[in-house]
Ligand binder design. Structure first.
Ligand code: GLV
Length: 316
């Protein structure tokens, strides 16, 4: 059977695919034409979030296509409707990246609050003159209120870190999480109240029609002026232009972003602002976790191609 792997992925995943006829495309995201051509005749595709897996792609693969194994927890890059029409199983890699992504969210939260990027730029530019009693002051993190938007596996892992910093936990989402309420004293609030009460906001919701631009100009108006927003989910959950305005006008204190609306493009205004920390979508980028994600994606693909139930189908 033919398997297309759309990017160079960790060896741990590739090793599991040795019984297939495997084509691995480039380290960088393939161009659309290259991707469509390579899809032809594939029984299984192991892809990443940089590939748009839509009807056109599935038709380019043809009738042989049985499974699209996305090496990510998010799967907004895959058209589930088109997959369903064609009987293609779509899988993702949940859980294995929860702790690593939570580390990244907390890294951004601390960095944005304590102005790590600005400080680094000053030191590297040779502009640091002396210790300063009022230099690079930012809000304390410890003991503050953290609002989680979407308390799933990653959100909960962030909460566990926040408890170590003595933070009070607020959350919003589709449903109440009674266990988290008991275990962490997390308090459920409607989004509007969460925006008003939180000192820090961290987004952990998938990108859907419902969550696209969930946070925009109106929402920034409701936040505290010392608020810090962290996004490690998907860029389009936040209206990036509205965020840039909110940061520029100091409507909110700072932001930490790992994801963007048009990756790898970043809103030009954000690039010029000091009060935003920018990382290039590396939430799950630890050595161990990327091995696990590649392994899980390969296991999902292998299961479907050998007629078994995949571990993590998103369209059962
Ligand atoms: C990364 O963004 C993922 O969804 O796994």
């Amino acid at each position: 059977m033919n398997v297309l792997v759309t990017r160079e992925i960790p060896e741990a995943g590739l090793r599991l695919l040795e019984s297939f006829d495997v084509t691995v495309l480039s380290e960088q995201p393939p161009g659309r034409a290259e991707l469509l051509e390579a899809a032809h005749g594939a029984d299984g595709v192991l892809c990443t979030l940089t590939e748009k897996i839509d009807a056109e792609f599935m038709d380019a693969a043809g009738r042989s296509l049985k499974v699209v194994a996305n090496m990510a927890v998010g799967y907004d890059n895959v058209d589930l409707g088109a997959a369903k029409e064609r009987g293609v199983v779509v899988t993702n890699t949940p859980e294995v990246l929860n702790e690593t992504t939570a580390d990244a969210a907390f890294m951004l939260l601390l960095a944005a609050a304590r102005r790590l990027g600005e400080g680094e730029r000053i030191v590297r530019a040779g502009e640091w003159k002396a210790w300063g009693p009022k230099m690079l002051l930012g809000p304390d993190v410890w003991g503050k209120k953290l609002g989680i938007i979407g308390l799933g596996g990653i959100g909960e892992a962030v909460v566990r870190r926040a408890k170590g910093f003595g933070m009070e936990i607020l959350y919003t989402g589709h449903s109440r999480k009674e266990e988290a309420e008991r275990e962490f004293g997390a308090r459920y609030l409607e989004l509007n109240e969460l925006l008003q009460e939180s000192d820090f906001l961290s987004i952990h919701t998938p990108l859907t029609d419902e969550t696209r631009h969930l946070i925009g100009a109106e929402e920034f108006e409701k936040m505290k002026s010392e608020a810090v927003l962290v996004n490690t989910s998907r860029g389009p959950v936040v209206d990036e232009a509205a965020l840039a305005d909110a940061l520029e006008s100091r409507r909110i204190f700072a932001a930490g972003l790992d994801v963007y609306e048009e990756e790898p493009e970043v809103h030009p205004k954000l690039l010029k602002l000091e009060n935003v920390v920018l990382t290039p979508h590396i939430g799950s980028a630890s050595i161990e976790t990327r091995d696990k994600m590649a392994t899980l994606a390969a296991e999902n693909l292998q299961a479907v191609l050998s007629g078994k139930e995949p571990l993590h189908s998103v369209n059962p």
